[in-house]
Design a protein around this ligand. Structure first.
Ligand SMILES: Nc1ncnc2c1ncn2[C@@H]1O[C@H](COP(=O)(O)OP(=O)(O)O)[C@@H](O)[C@H]1O
Ligand SMILES: [Mg+2]
Length: 255
């Protein structure tokens, strides 16, 4: 049974559950959402099956084990006059949903959007679970960044090549699933990202250097130069990434 931990959310929880169960929320479902998924959303089955994942003042993230692959949901709470005011102009769930769709439309690797909805004092967004994946943060902690470095560089190149401007581009918003000898990566939580016709070189550099410094890499400028050189190419030559890894301080060997 899904239940928030914070008092401020608990205080409005019954009201939110009531709105969902009685059908007083407005749902927008992605085309191709399976019947079982649609039913679980519209009838509020996710409330009984949902498992708490994380929570802060603004939102609650939860996991729903089924149907099918299962889903992840996020509730944005609009409480207090400031948030309520903001919530009348902004709809975070809708924005996250639409950005996720736009990324998919561009062929960018992102989790699959399922739905969003709006109720009084909250909104919610759902994506399909990327089964068998782990957070890149965990992969890096357990195996070191070299284990997934090539894929991360490639992802950064792809985002820049598509004109993505996103201040929240960091490894906590990337999922990884083993594929062959490497990893398949997918983005989550793309709220706030923008697809631009053109991204300035300064904006590209900022995104890349911030990303790699968050990964604990001090070679951001060097990596930016490598990525820039191959921005229009289908991929960064592996040899260049290996050379970077071999040359960096501490020199973790490439896989
Ligand atoms: N579709 C998904 N498949 C697998 N894991 C997911 C999915 N969506 C979210 N998660 C997990 O939940 C975490 C929190 O979700 P996120 O949307 O990033 O919330 P927040 O906005 O609080 O950062 C992610 O880091 C990831 O571990
Ligand atoms: Mg996140």
């Amino acid at each position: 049974m899904l239940e928030p931990q914070r008092d401020v959310h608990l205080a409005v929880w019954k009201e939110i559950v009531g709105q969902v169960v009685s059908g007083r929320v407005r749902w927008v479902l992605e085309e191709g959402v399976e019947d079982g998924e649609a039913e679980c959303l519209r009838q509020g089955g996710f409330l009984a099956a949902g498992e708490w994942v994380k929570e802060n003042r603004q939102r609650l993230v939860f996991r729903v084990p089924g149907p099918g692959a299962g889903m992840f949901g996020k509730i944005n709470f609009y409480q207090g006059w400031r948030d309520v005011l903001k919530g009348t102009f902004r709809n975070k769930a809708k924005e996250e949903f639409q950005t996720t769709r736009a990324f998919r439309g561009e062929g960018l690797p992102v989790v699959e959007p399922l739905a969003w909805c709006r109720g009084a004092g909250f909104d919610m967004v759902f994506t399909r679970t990327f089964s068998g994946s782990a957070d890149v943060t965990d992969v890096v902690r357990e195996r070191g960044s070299a284990a997934v470095f090539r894929e991360l560089c490639e992802l950064a190149r792809l985002l820049l090549a598509h004109g993505v401007s996103w201040s929240d581009f960091h490894i906590r918003n990337i999922l990884a699933k083993p594929r062959g000898a490497g990893w398949e990566l997918r983005l989550v939580d793309v709220y706030g990202a923008k697809l631009k016709a053109r991204l300035s070189r300064t904006a590209r550099r900022r995104m890349v250097t911030r990303f790699f410094s968050g990964l604990g890499e001090d070679g951001g400028e060097e990596l930016f130069a490598i990525i820039e050189r191959h921005l229009g190419a289908p991929a960064i030559p592996e040899a260049e990434i290996h050379a970077f890894l071999a040359g960096r301080a501490g020199g973790e060997p490439p896989r």
